[in-house]
Write a protein that binds this ligand. Sequence first.
Ligand SMILES: C[S@@+](CC[C@H](N)C(=O)[O-])C[C@H]1O[C@@H](n2cnc3c(N)ncnc32)[C@H](O)[C@@H]1O
Length: 363
Amino acid sequence: MFIGISCNVLKSLQHFCSAKGRVWVFISSRYQSHVNKRSYYSTCVSTLSEAKLRDKLQVCKSSEELVKKLSEVFTQQGVPESRLSAEYIIATCFGLSRKQFLHGNLSLLSQGEPFWSTLVQYSIRRLLREPVQYLVGNWEFYNLTLKVRRPVLIPRPETEELVDRILQFWKVVLRSGSKDKITRCLEIGCGSGAISLSLLKGWKEFAGDSRNQLKVTALDIDPEAVSLTRENAAIVLENEQKQLLDIHLQDIATFSLNKYDFLVSNPPYISEAEYQTLQPEIVQYEAPYALLGGKDGMDIIRIILRGAKNWLKKGGTIWLEVDPSHPNMIKDFLLKEPNIGIELLQVFKDMSGHARYCQMMVI
Ligand SMILES: C[S@@+](CC[C@H](N)C(=O)[O-])C[C@H]1O[C@@H](n2cnc3c(N)ncnc32)[C@H](O)[C@@H]1O
């Protein structure tokens, strides 16, 4: 039996190695003060030994058979999206993307020890509910392939919709506006860089060689997120675009630049109560400070609303991704604190029909 113990505050929990039923957990010293806080822990247990798992998988002769077998194992052990997980893991062991892998049925007869041991290790990590995105190491976001690694938030489909709405909005603004304008955009909480990078790429597509330029400042409180955004920028941006992006390690609570036309953020917005209900994939592997927005999920949103007037020019636009309960709370908050100087213009629903995106303006 192997047991993985992880803790949502142990963000640099380096990894656990299991051998002959033993589990080793390495905890970075700066998180050891949290170790005795019971509520921070959740445990995943699998009743399958590493050796048994290997025996089950190694009898398979083809990749299709292997996908079927590994999916069955995941289903029996309660791992969600079992088939998809199996496909991603096996494709990665072959050094292929899932799309490439699904093109054919590959023979396993010539696969040696490294293939099987990698497969077993990845499968164990998935059985311990590590998100498949972290296993694969990259993920598609708005036509970009971005590196992802824990504990930095895995970009979500809802955020692709946010990017799409902003690009549509900019297209209209640019069509009617001046021809050689620089738009300065601030992203709060850049994570993997998903929003900033896809906005820069998307802008380039519709602005073409016109003199309208987008410059982005992306900031995050997490050094891991800042490094990942830098790495992703180096991969996805063309050379001349790289100088249009500034990336900073910065807590928004102490930010003071005031030159922006546009603010975008997918802030941590999960309430404490909802956080308790989330799957192990999220709670055990993604950083709590990337998700949790305090008791009602509004802590960082309130900081953003209070600061926006100082960071943006008059007439500047703000787009936020929020929890569906937040648009009404934001309305009330702006009514109660009129000096904040922000107007809520529109609320948009996401693909599932939830009120998810707030468009606001500095007045
Ligand atoms: C929900 S994640 C969004 C990540 C990325 N923008 C995306 O959409 O995939 C929120 C991000 O905000 C960052 N964050 C949390 N508190 C912050 C603060 N006070 N100042 C700046 N960034 C913060 C977290 O580290 C995390 O990367």
